[in-house]
Write a protein that binds this ligand. Structure first.
Ligand SMILES: [Zn+2]
Ligand SMILES: [Zn+2]
Length: 316
């Protein structure tokens, strides 16, 4: 880690050891629940777990992540096929999502061919808008230049952006294109973020997307962002902040103060739970089990019953 930023101070956030002890690990539970086809990871944030999901939503969106087009290995011999199935799953949702966001590692090696394929396939999504954030696999060798050419229109800097949707402020951050082992946002992006949220009232619900987690999921594997505290500090005054990321190829949920983090399932292959095994290498699961650990995330937001309803769908 080359950042000269001082170590984050202990402001009550859990250290990793505490986190492992206290957080509700989704791993085992999801493996069981997802086998049924659908697992609801959180219902109506702010009104308590177990509340009924609203039958309608003022807007809906879908998160898709970690498709790794171009990967060839035992963990998934057909990443194009499973990405196509994820797209088919989105296109079969009862509500056409207002936007679909891919939270990175669209490609495996950042080749022009892989970006072309990704663009064509994403172009078949039935949605109002397709948004794409880069993962570190989309920034191989060129710090994300080919990603920017393919998907960077209407973004700022290395690909970040924000917009308002029915009173919700949506922020997409890029934390993958630096040389650091951990995710890194950088001074320029943080300065933009400060300006971006300055005019918002504290009641504005905030939804943040990023590729690498903005919480310390497992630092030895780079599953964290070295300057995330600075970004979260800028969001601390808001009553409701939801952060949705990819990169770790498994679902889990964690709450710290006003912020709830949800990691997303991949469409390509699973990775081991944090710290289990030698490293974050593609996990080969028994034949017939792969679809259970791949999927998409469907989200609905209702303005008058404030809360984000998230549902993780496994591939059929
Ligand atoms: Zn990935
Ligand atoms: Zn990644």
């Amino acid at each position: 880690m080359s950042s000269a930023a001082p170590e984050s101070q202990d402001d009550g956030r859990l250290g990793r050891r505490d986190f492992l002890r206290h957080s509700a690990w989704a791993g085992a539970a999801v493996a069981v629940a997802v086998a049924g086809g659908v697992v609801t990871t959180e219902l109506l944030r702010g009104t308590g777990h177990g509340a009924a999901a609203p039958p309608t939503a003022d807007f809906t969106f879908v998160q898709v992540s970690d498709s790794h087009l171009g990967y060839e290995g035992k963990a998934n011999p057909d990443v194009t096929g499973t990405f196509q199935q994820a797209i088919d799953l989105v296109n079969a949702l009862p509500l056409r999502p207002d936007f679909v966001i891919h939270t990175g590692d669209v490609t495996h090696f950042s080749t022009p061919g892989q970006f072309d394929q990704a663009k064509q396939m994403l172009g078949t999504l039935r949605t109002g808008q397709v948004l794409v954030l880069p993962g570190e696999h989309d920034a191989v060798d060129d710090a994300g230049q080919k990603y920017l050419e393919a998907f960077g229109a209407h973004t700022l800097g290395r690909g970040w952006f924000s917009f308002d949707q029915k009173g919700v402020h949506v922020i997409a951050l890029v934390n993958t294109t630096g040389a650091q082992k951990l995710g890194h946002l950088g001074d320029d992006q943080l300065a933009w973020l400060r300006h971006d949220v300055a005019h918002l009232s504290a009641e504005t619900p905030i939804v943040v997307f990023a590729h690498i987690p903005l919480f310390e999921m497992y630092t030895p594997w780079g599953w964290g962002t070295d300057d995330a505290d600075r970004a979260l500090g800028l969001l601390r005054r808001f009553g409701s902040v939801t952060v949705l990321n990819g990169h770790v190829h498994q679902t889990m949920t964690k709450t710290e103060g006003n912020v709830t983090f949800h990691t997303c399932a991949p469409t390509a292959f699973p990775l081991p739970p944090p710290g289990q095994g030698p490293g974050p290498n593609p996990l080969v699961v028994p034949a017939g089990q792969l679809h259970r650990v791949l999927g998409i995330r469907d989200a609905g937001y209702q303005v008058h019953t404030p809360g984000l309803r998230l549902t993780d769908h496994a591939l059929p």
